[in-house]
Design a protein around this ligand. Structure first.
Ligand SMILES: C[S@@+](CC[C@H](N)C(=O)[O-])C[C@H]1O[C@@H](n2cnc3c(N)ncnc32)[C@H](O)[C@@H]1O
Length: 636
């Protein structure tokens, strides 16, 4: 069988080169022979695998080894084959791993973006993408207005809004533009946020992310592949009366939809299938007390409520891959995909879920409207499909997009304009499509989403970091100032600069103000920003405020390590050593990337010193008192 790969993503490997520690980790006795005792003389290969008896003089001389393997790779194949199979080979999008990823968003809502190992969201939610999208939209509306194509209500749709921050920043920027150019578009706007996760939508409301724009927004539960059935401009009883949409935004959304990797092994067509196994670091303790058999049984259940109980086991699932023959007739857009694939190499990433979603969007898009998508994936047809294997983000599985395939599909449709920037910035691809978006919108899109704009925005940040590394603090400050002038609403950048002000420039007041500005922009969603506020208060020797800030950070992200370190510091200062030590122990356990390990150990050592000091003081006081009592007794 041609199994490609199946890395255990959670395997904990001891970070040591000390043989004794390694041996201890594996439960082996690696005590070296005491000096003077001769090393074993006879090494018998493939012999009797008996356990040598400690006190038998003959056995002490014999070291038996197991049979040599036929090939070294057989050894690894065997241990991999020993893993428990939860679910046998099938399409990725039919697998339990994929399903748990879907249930993860439905169950956890915005929590998916708040934990230390969160789903990456920063790049689309720092305000820059929103400002650019608003510019393109505004340009298109001005052009549509002059061509009389604009309806009374202007409808915008964002599918898969996640935190809701993209929408908030979009509406901020759009309102500003309308005021500046004396246009009433903002007053006529209805912004629809559609997500299949009720909790995601509820969290946007609970955190008041949309702020003053809330009245212009509608939050709708809908599946991304069902847009045409969800919305109806004409008004059908079963559909929502919204649209047609003048703009539809899809940010890191299409990669949540199913796709297949095909192999053309002429005349046979194969699909990359996955087999779900339990990782080798799985045990009953981290498996919520479930046996492997019970997990497999739940995974095979048709009831989503039963499968949902496996969400916390997602990290312990690992996949094997194999290309297996497939009947293409059952696959959406099979003819198109096979024709496209055969022209472009042996492998094809077939983004059929993305096509289904875009087609649904197309059906509810206005004549002059546009769809703007931002996602990652395959930028050129000749890139290998294997490079786009799925990825695990926190508790969810995603797969990048085949942009050339999508372009070919929609360009084939005849009435579609598919627009790309001259040069992609790298990593993320922005694409605009519509029936007849205005030339002004297309020009604005090309300008805003081109690599040159991206580089211009980010160059001062890179320069500031470089200056910092060389210890050129004033120069770094100057570059950061330039960076913030270019990205005035970027709360992430503000957080970075605030940290710089604390740890390099030691200007705690300025840091506090910057972090507070960032928090006001992102509606209180970042634990890291609250930790920065806490650190600034520590610098200002305001322990109580620092305590409150770190507690806010932990309320946002219960896995936050930096917040625990800060709290340990505060409790240490207060002499509450037990609590400080408890927080450090928790932080060390949670710090999976060991980012704070050294600092935590240093803090622990400091607190141990303080505990020792306190104990000595208590002892001294006791001795002095006893001595005094003794003297008094003698005197009496
Ligand atoms: C990776 S997050 C992206 C969030 C946000 N757009 C961003 O850029 O940060 C994917 C979002 O799409 C939603 N989603 C995933 N699959 C969906 C589907 N089939 N229908 C509707 N929403 C979906 C998730 O609930 C989540 O809000």
């Amino acid at each position: 069988m041609n199994v490609i790969s199946g890395a255990d993503q959670n395997r904990v490997v001891p970070r040591t080169t000390d043989f004794r520690q390694l041996a201890a980790h594996h439960g082996l006795n690696a005590t070296p022979s005491p000096a003077g005792v001769a090393p074993p003389k006879i090494v018998s290969l493939g012999g009797d695998p008996r356990v040598p008896r400690e006190n038998d003089p003959d056995d002490r001389q014999i070291l038996t080894l197991p049979h040599a393997a036929n090939t070294a790779s057989d050894v690894l194949a065997k241990i991999r084959a020993d893993r428990f199979v939860v679910q046998d080979f099938r399409s990725l999008s039919d697998s339990i791993e994929w399903d748990l990823g879907r249930l993860f968003y439905q169950e956890r809502g915005s929590h998916a973006f708040r934990t230390t190992e969160h789903v990456p969201f920063e790049i689309n939610n720092d305000g820059t993408l929103s400002a650019h999208a608003a510019e393109v939209f505004f340009a298109n509306l001005v052009a549509s207005e002059s061509s009389q194509a604009l309806g009374t209500t202007i409808f915008v749709l964002e599918i898969g809004p996640g935190t809701g921050l993209f929408a908030k920043f979009f509406l901020d920027a759009f309102r500003e533009m309308c005021v500046r150019h004396a246009k009433d578009f903002y007053e006529r706007l209805c912004f629809v946020l559609a997500d299949y996760s009720d909790s995601m939508l509820a969290d946007i409301d609970k955190a008041r992310i949309l702020g003053p724009h809330r009245d212009r927004c509608r939050l709708v539960r809908a599946d991304a592949r069902d847009m045409a059935r969800t919305f109806s401009a004409g008004g059908s009883a079963s559909r929502l009366e919204m649209g047609p949409f003048d703009a539809i935004f899809l940010n890191y959304m299409l990669d949540s939809l199913p796709a297949a990797v095909l192999e053309f092994d002429d005349p046979v067509i194969k699909e990359l299938r996955v087999r779900t196994c339990l990782a080798r670091n799985f045990n009953a303790r981290n498996g919520l007390g479930l046996t492997p058999e019970a997990i497999a049984q739940k995974a095979s259940s048709d009831d989503p409520e039963v499968r949902r109980t496996l969400i916390d086991l997602y990290p312990y699932f690992t996949l094997d891959y194999d290309f297996l023959p497939v009947d293409p007739a059952g696959m959406p857009y099979a003819d198109f995909a096979i024709g496209f694939g055969r022209r472009n190499g042996r492998h094809l990433l077939h983004s059929f879920g993305a096509i289904q979603c875009l087609q649904g969007c197309w059906a509810v898009l206005s004549g002059e409207g546009f769809i703007l998508m931002n996602d990652y994936g395959q930028g050129a047809a000749d890139e290998t499909a294997e490079a786009t294997l799925h990825q695990k983000f926190s508790g969810s599985t995603h797969i990048g997009l085949n942009f050339p395939l999508l372009a070919a599909f929609f360009q084939n449709a005849g009435d579609c304009r598919w627009i790309e920037p001259d040069k992609d910035p790298g990593g993320i691809f922005a694409r605009l499509l519509g029936r007849s978006p205005s030339e002004a919108a297309i020009d604005t899109f090309r300008r805003c989403f081109d690599k040159t704009t991206y580089d211009r925005l980010n160059e001062p940040v890179a320069r500031a970091r470089q200056h910092q590394q060389c210890g050129q603090y004033e120069a770094a400050l100057g570059a950061y100032q330039e960076a913030l002038a270019r990205q005035p609403r970027n709360w992430l950048l503000m957080g970075e600069v605030a940290k710089y002000l604390i740890f390099a420039a030691r200007d705690y007041r300025a840091a506090l103000q910057l972090a507070a500005t960032a928090i006001s922009l992102n509606s209180d969603r970042s634990a890291d920003l609250w930790d920065t506020v806490g650190d600034a208060y520590l610098g200002l020797e305001m322990g109580e405020k620092a305590l409150g800030s770190f507690q806010r950070a932990l309320a946002i992200d219960e896995t936050d390590v930096r917040g625990r370190l800060g709290l340990a510091h505060v409790f240490g200062q207060r002499g509450e050593y037990m609590e400080a030590m408890r927080l450090i122990a928790e932080a060390i356990t949670l710090d999976k990337a060991c980012q704070y390990r050294e600092m935590l150990l240093r803090k622990q050592a400091d607190i141990v010193l303080e505990i020792d000091h306190q104990n000595r003081e208590e002892m001294r006081v006791m001795l002095t008192r006893n001595n005094r009592l003794g003297i008094m007794k003698d005197a009496g």
